[in-house]
Ligand binder design. Structure first.
Ligand SMILES: CC(C)(COP(=O)(O)OP(=O)(O)OC[C@H]1O[C@@H](n2cnc3c(N)ncnc32)[C@H](O)[C@@H]1OP(=O)(O)O)[C@@H](O)C(=O)NCCC(=O)NCCS
Length: 181
């Protein structure tokens, strides 16, 4: 469990899939992130099992929980062959605008830089996704440029902004609570 001030990140388990799968297929929850794509729970379980048994798997998937255990969303990061991580997150509509995603994003960044020798963590936001861009900036990522017609979302090709944070900019854990000596 990764503990922050207001939220914790708990690694996703197989028995979380019915819930997260429901969230993924709900357009209100995924917003401008996943678009209209739907998939079956069977497929989600298959992906999970394959990833768990793959020694090369680099995906880290967490549930975002409040201190009382309320599940408010999910966050994930996966490593590219070039050695950087890309992350994405979503928060249930009723829990938005309370700082949960920016804190979860900072926790994830702390975790990735503390657990792996990587130099870069990045994220992509639909140019129209003001909430995502602001959240990522609040967590310390910088906008680098626009990828034109990068993804097909809700029936049209959309531009996406690339954001990143480098190890030298991160510098030290900002939210993750570490054990005291
Ligand atoms: C984008 C999303 C994850 C933000 O989660 P959140 O928990 O509401 O974000 P936070 O509360 O940490 O907000 C961080 C900042 O962004 C601002 N913000 C959040 N949503 C916003 C919106 N829709 N419009 C304008 N500003 C917004 C907040 O006001 C806050 O800024 P402030 O501290 O200056 O007030 C959430 O809206 C969501 O799940 N959207 C659908 C999925 C998605 O788009 N994921 C992003 C993929 S990278």
């Amino acid at each position: 469990m990764l503990k922050g001030d207001n939220v914790n990140l708990r690694m996703m388990e197989k028995n979380d899939i019915p819930l997260t799968h429901q969230w993924h297929n709900n357009l209100e929850v995924s917003g401008l992130y996943n678009g209209v794509h739907q998939y079956t729970q069977t497929k989600a379980e298959q992906h999970f099992t394959e990833a768990e048994s793959d020694p090369q798997n680099t995906r880290h998937s967490f549930l975002i929980e409040l201190k009382d255990g309320t599940k408010v969303g999910s966050i994930g990061a996966w490593k590219d062959r070039s050695g950087y991580y890309t992350m994405g997150a979503s928060i249930l509509p009723e829990f938005r605008r309370q700082g949960y995603c920016s804190e979860a994003t900072m926790l994830m960044i702390d975790y990735l830089f503390l657990s792996d020798i990587i130099e870069r963590v990045q994220a992509l936001a639909n140019v129209d996704n003001v909430g995502s861009r602001k959240t990522l900036q609040k967590a310390g990522l910088k906008e680098e440029g626009v990828l034109r017609k990068f993804a097909f979302v809700y029936g049209k090709w959309c531009d996406f902004v690339m954001l990143s944070i480098l190890r030298e900019e991160w510098n030290h854990p900002r939210v993750l609570k570490l054990p005291k000596n």
